[in-house]
Design a protein around this ligand. Sequence first.
Ligand code: ZN
Ligand code: ZN
Length: 379
Amino acid sequence: MRTRRGMCYPKAAENQRDRLLKRRKVEQIDCRKKSRFSPEFDGEFAGRRDFFDALPDDLVLCVLCKLSSTARCPADFINVLTTCKRLNGLGLNSIVLSKACRKMLAVTAKNWSEPAHRFLKLCADTGNAEACYTLGMIRFYCLHNRGSGASLMAKAAIASHAPALYSLAVVQFNGSGGSKSDKDLRAGVALCARAAFLGHIDALRELGHCLQDGYGVKKNIAEGRRFLIQANARELASVLVACPSAVVPQSWLAWSPHRHGGEGGCPLLSDFGCNVPSPAAHPANQFLTEWFADRTGNVPGPGLRLCSHSSCGRPETRRHEFRRCSVCGAVNYCSRACQALDWKLRHKAECAPVERWAEEDDDVNVNVAGAGGEPMDER
Ligand SMILES: [Zn+2]
Ligand SMILES: [Zn+2]
C-alpha cells in the first residue's frame, strides 16, 4: 500500500543525489571552461582541491619547519599563517616555532604590539634560544621587566646562545637592574669567556680589554692583545663569508688612518691593514636602538642615558651606570667593546677635551690610553 508520503513527495535521498549530480556537472563545465583559458589553473585547482588536503600533517610540518628556519623576515612566515586554518594551526606547532631563525624573529620596534609579544613568547616557550634572547632583551631594557628579561636571557645562555652570554656579561659588569654594588666582574669575565669561546666577536674584544686592563681578571697584556687580534680575524672572516671575494673592493686593503668614519668603513682591522664595512647589529640591538629613537615616550628613565655606540641601543638602568669618555665626557658606553668600536668608527673624529664636565660629576675618571688609542674611564 502506498502512503501519501510515498506518492506525493520525492524521497529525500533521491533529492540529495540529484543535487550532487547537478553540482558536479556544473563544476566539470566550470573547470573545462577555465582550463580552456588557462591551462595552469587546472593544476592549481586540482592541487587546492585534492593534493593539499591529502598531504599528511607530518609533511606540512616539515615544510613549515624549513620555512621558519630560513625565513628572511617575520612577514615571510606570518603571511603563510594567515593563508588558511590548517596552515595556521600547524604553523603554531611547537616543532615549527622551535626552529624559528634569527631573521624570522626580528620584530621591529615600530611593529611591536601585544600579538607580536605573544608570538615571541610562544616561540620562547618552545625553548627557541633566539626567541628567549630577543624577548629577554626587550623585556629587560624596553619593558623594564628586569626579572623576567634576565631569566629569559639566562635560558638562552644555558642553551649556549653566544649573544645572550655576552649580554649577561654586560649586565654583570654594570650591575644593570641593581645597584653599583651588584657589579660582579668575575662573573662578567666568565660569561664573556664562554661567549668568546663560541666565537662571539664583541665578547672576544671585551675579554681582550679586560685582560689588558686587569679588569675582573689577572692582568695579562699579551694575552689580551691575542684576543683582540682574534676578534679582528673573526670580524674579517664574517665579512668575507657574507661578501664573496669577487666583490671585495680594493679599498678594504688600502687602509688609511685619516679617512675613518666618512666612508662607512670600519678600521678595526687596522692590525691587518684592512678596512671592512661595519658589522650588522643583532636584531635585538636594532630593536633597542629603534625603540628609544622613534617612539615617543620611550625614554630609558629620568637622567638615564643610552650607550653612544649606534649599533648597541642599551640604556642605563640607573644613573651613571655607564662609563663615559674621559676626554670630552659627552658620550657614554655600556662596555669597553662598544667604546672601542665607536672610537674607531666615529668618536675619534669628534672627541675634543672639555674641562668643565669633570667638576660637575663626583665620579672619578682617569685617562688611560686604550689599545686603539681611545681614552678610557676607570670602571
Ligand atoms: Zn653598548
Ligand atoms: Zn670623547
